[in-house]
Write a protein that binds this ligand. Structure first.
Ligand SMILES: *Cc1c(COP(=O)(O)O)cnc(C)c1O
Length: 962
């Protein structure tokens, strides 16, 4: 340790700065690493990497960095400006008690929230079990065959149902019918999405669903006003015409009423929010989708399935990935990449904790309270509707007067129109609340007397008669100890950032600091309903406006919408803005979107959603986008050119020299420039896309701005635009604006915005620039040190990379048969999460260390990679067998290594402890290498039946050989 030399107050203050905690390497380490990379200072290195044409020299105009305590005090004051009233607004969002054991051990636990999307199956078995519980829960409650591992929210899930139905229906009609009693936000998002795809929406009363010639219909059950309709006849009529029936529903209600799958639904969607996830002013929550088995290969979103590992044991993996954007691009079933894994895990644990009986009890209690309130109001002559579960539709009242009175008493009611209001009760409802709500209408509620005298209001013909959540996992962990240990057991199976760096290219798995996470669970942010009146959400407005200002300064754009709840949704919003702008200019015929072949799969998938035709442009041998090809294609399609989507720095990990020229070419031909901002971690404080000619970008707050990945979501994908596109950002619910909503809530996943706000506030302008510089340094340090062992595929100016580097393993594969995947799996034996595998170039590994990784951790990773290279060399030299070697058989489980029989041609010790340091701390993967082909041929996506641990699960249907 160097002696403490700081003596002035200013020096001492510097050392308590958050930037020192966020950035891994200290000053001495940075100096050492700069030496390895060959530069004298971070600024000199930055100048050598970033093209002068785009570099922004002046410091960001942001407030001074705050230390953790001050930033928390400041955001506390912001939060306090929100007023938390009891919201009984409903409309898709209901009060819920997050079980504290789940709050602390999932939502506040880095073992869960810092995990990555489970592409590496062997180190993701824990969260995949939680997700398969989610899928089973949704499948059971909806009465369907199969469910996915979450969607972004209910409204976008309904839009996905509309497109899934289009892909699957026998009917060739282009009309999709939507019942006029779906939630207003669902209808708004459907309109936006239908418009992009040229689907004709017909909206009307449910009865009209049978009259129209449609390829599909969307019904809501119970409807937005709470009424539970019997739709069996409608479903039958739609089926008779070759149409598909999609149903939006409520999971808690389904514990009491007939599952939609029983009465004819083909696709069922909704939101699992009320299973333990707070309002959060609109999100994040896990939307869901379930469908019939026949549509599973066309389903959007992630799907967890059961497969087998190399030892023949059952293991989970992401199944049917060939549907997804990263493989199918513009032909994918959706553009969904990041979804809502953490929230799906919470909802599934809520079901595990309460079990079928507990959930039914919560539902019955909610329903009894609703029935009692209805009876009290009925006695007082108020009309409340019938056939409801939890929601009263109160008509014939002076709504304004009632809302005022309600707020006085501490409640928000749903605003419907001048003479009607809505009240939705929930798990948190108490006797006192029901009495107080009744009093608003001048009614007395003697709860016990009414309870005895009041029948249920559920339609008896639709009483649920099928079982759900019968699997032991939902019937075992009901004591807090049991649940605590179950969650701990699952977390222990996974590798998240609380144990190791996750060097994933393009995904920026950086520190999610605890101070950033703390405000997320404050009630002033969590307990605000998305439709709470504006005077109760002053704090949120300040937070959102403040964050917008910060991001405007950082990006050089003029306006930001936080509505998109993932990067891909941000792309969709940005392309919608381009299209609407061009339409307003009389250029609505423009429909070509140029996309370089190196682009992330969400780019072409999003372009397809706004009705654009994707034209792929080439990359040259150095990995740069081919400007000549872009010019040629821009000329060729000059009168049709709508946009180009480029990623900067490129997905090949370099700052391309020609980005300004590309912007010029596209603008000359009347197109707009979309810059995919997922790589902003290489730009913050160094260059601004909005200033070099780009028109629009999405940012991934869950990459660059520290929102944790959550194992595959939540995310926030704000859409940032230049002023000419600002009028075309997605509108607010009920607002006006040329472009419709892209998510269910006006501000998307608002409750996690404090994370990014805290990060920027604590880093300040200098800290943010330094973070970018150290991200560049760390990547170049890894590239330089690994260069003698693994060549870096592409470099930019001065032989330097940007914030990530692509290691080329293809020559190794050719020479030895050892693949990039073998190396990825062998890293697990060393306790590391693999880098990005085979993106953007097949047969390579992409490493993005981020600024948060210390020199110690980088060296640990580099040592592991070098050791692996030595093993490969041993295969090359014949010291290890070409087939029977530790790379081909990685990862190794404890069971394999300790089995009485060891048949491999290499020693056990090499299998398990290839480096001496592993003897102190060893991560044991719970399964051996997972068989991908088996899982796709035998699709099984629910909890593994008990007693079948040794058997293979029975497949749903014949393997799809096509
Ligand atoms: C992550 C990523 C996206 C998609 O973002 P999501 O939030 O996962 O939807 C798009 N482009 C690039 C380059 C990315 O790395």
């Amino acid at each position: 340790m160097p002696a403490m030399t700081a003596s002035t107050l200013r020096d001492l203050e510097h050392h308590s700065a958050f930037v020192e905690r966020h950035i891994g390497p200290n000053d001495a380490e940075i100096a050492h690493m700069l030496g390895v990379v060959g530069h004298d200072s971070l600024d000199a290195m930055t100048d050598a990497i970033v093209p002068g044409k785009i570099a922004s020299r002046s410091p960001l105009a942001l407030p001074d960095a705050m230390i953790e305590v001050d930033a928390l005090a400041k955001i506390r004051a912001v939060a306090k400006q929100n007023t938390v009233l009891r919201s009984v607004i409903g409309q898709g969002y209901y009060g819920t008690h997050t079980p504290n054991v789940i709050l602390r051990n999932i939502l506040e636990n880095p073992a869960w929230y810092t995990a990555y999307t489970p592409y590496q199956a062997e180190i993701s078995q824990g969260r995949m079990e939680a997700l398969i519980n989610f899928q089973t829960m949704v499948t059971d409650l909806t009465g369907m065959d199969i469910a996915n591992a979450s969607l972004l929210d209910e409204a976008t899930a309904a839009a996905e149902a509309m497109t899934l139905a289009k892909r699957s229906a026998k009917s060739k009609s282009n009309v999709f019918f939507v019942a006029d009693d779906v939630h207003p936000q669902t209808l708004d998002v459907l309109r936006t999405r239908a418009d992009g795809l040229g689907i004709e929406l017909q909206v009307g009363p449910v009865e009209d669903a049978t009259a129209a010639d449609t390829y599909g219909v969307l019904l809501q059950y119970p409807n937005t006003f709470g009424r539970i309709g019997d739709h069996a006849a409608v479903a039958e009529a739609v089926h008779a015409r070759g149409g598909i029936v999609a149903v939006a529903t409520d999971l808690l209600a389904l514990t009491l009423i007939q599952a939609p799958g029983v009465w004819g639904a083909d696709i069922v969607v909704g939101n699992s929010q009320r299973f333990g996830v707070p309002f959060g002013f609109g999100g994040p929550h896990a939307g869901f989708m379930a469908c019939r088995d026949a549509y599973k290969r066309s389903m959007p979103g992630r799907l967890i399935g059961v497969s087998v590992d190399a030892a023949g044991n059952q293991a989970y993996r992401l199944t049917l990935q060939t549907r997804e954007q990263h493989i199918r691009r513009e032909k994918a079933t959706s553009n969904i990449c990041t979804a809502q894994v953490l929230l799906a895990v919470m909802a599934s644990m809520y079901a595990v904790y309460h079990g079928p009986d507990g959930l039914t009890r919560i539902a019955r209690r909610t329903h009894r309270f609703a029935s009692i309130l209805a009876a009290a109001l009925g006695k007082a002559g108020v009309t409340v509707g019938d056939a409801f579960f939890d929601t009263l539709h109160i008509t014939g009242v002076d709504a304004d007067a009632l809302h005022a009175k309600a707020r006085e008493a501490g409640f928000n009611l749903r605003a419907i129109d001048g003479t009607s209001v809505g009240i939705s009760l929930d798990e948190t409802t108490t006797r006192d609340e029901v009495v107080a709500l009744a009093q608003l209408f001048g009614a007395d509620a003697d709860i016990d007397a009414l309870d005895g005298a009041t029948a249920d209001a559920l339609p008896t013909s639709l009483a649920r008669d099928t079982k759900f959540l019968t699997h032991p996992v939902f019937n075992t962990h009901h004591s807090e100890h049991e649940l605590l240990r179950y969650m701990r057991m699952l977390a222990d199976r996974d590798l998240a950032m609380d144990r190791t760096m996750i060097p994933l290219g393009s995904c920026t798995m950086k520190l999610n600091a605890t101070a950033e996470m703390i405000p997320v669970t404050w009630p002033e942010f969590g307990n605000i309903h998305p439709l709470a009146p504006a005077d109760q959400t002053v704090g949120y407005t300040e937070l959102i406006d403040g964050l917008e200002k910060m991001l405007v300064e950082i990006t050089g754009y003029d306006a930001v919408s936080f509505q998109p709840n993932s990067g891909a949704q941000g792309e969709f919003a940005g392309l919608l803005a381009i299209r609407a702008y061009q339409q307003a200019q009389g250029q609505g015929h423009r429909d070509i979107c140029l996309i370089p072949e190196s682009a992330h799969g969400t780019n072409p998938a999003s372009a397809q959603m706004v009705g654009m035709t994707v034209v792929v442009t080439r990359c040259d041998k150095d990995g740069n986008v081919d400007v000549d090809d872009i010019r040629a294609k821009a000329e060729k399609y000059s009168d049709r050119l709508a946009a180009i989507m480029i990623t900067y720095p490129s997905t090949h990990g370099v700052f391309e020299e020609d980005v300004v020229a590309i912007c010029d070419i596209v603008h000359q031909h009347g197109g707009q420039v979309y810059t995919d901002g997922a790589n902003m971690n290489a730009l913050v404080g160094v260059a601004k896309p909005g200033k070099w000619g780009s028109d629009v970008s999405h940012l991934n707050l869950h990459k660059t701005f520290c929102i944790p990945h959550g194992g595959g979501g939540p995310g926030v994908g704000p859409c940032a635009v230049k002023s000419h596109l600002a009028p075309y950002l997605p509108r607010a619910l009920g607002g006006d604006g040329a472009v419709g909503m892209v998510s269910a809530a006006t501000h998307g996943s608002a409750s996690i915005l404090p994370i990014s706000w805290m990060y920027i506030a604590m880093m300040g302008a200098d800290g943010l620039r330094r973070a970018t510089q150290v991200a560049l340094l760390n990547a170049n340090y890894v590239a330089k040190r690994l260069a003698p062992h693994y060549p870096t595929l592409y470099t930019g100016r001065n032989d330097l990379v940007a914030h990530e580097c692509i290691l080329d393993l293809r020559p190794i594969k050719d020479a030895t048969g050892i693949s990039a995947e073998d190396v990825a799996k062998r890293l697990i034996d060393f306790g590391f999460h693999a880098p990005t595998l085979s993106f953007p170039v097949s047969g390579t590994l992409m490493v993005e260390p981020t600024e948060s990784e210390s020199l110690h951790e980088l060296d640990r990773f580099i040592d592991a990679m070098i050791q692996i290279r030595d093993e490969i060399r041993a295969v090359e030299d014949g010291r290890l067998d070409r087939e029977d070697n530790p790379l081909k058989h990685a990862p190794h489980t404890a069971m394999q290594v300790t089995a009485s029989e060891w048949t491999h041609a290499y020693p056990r010790e090499l299998a398990a402890f290839p480096l001496a340091t592993l003897r102190h701390t060893k991560y044991w993967p719970p399964v051996a290498r997972v068989d991908n082909v088996h899982g796709d041929k035998n699709v099984f996506c629910s909890c593994i039946p008990v007693g079948s641990a040794e058997d293979e699960p029975e497949a749903f249907s014949e393997p799809d050989v096509a």
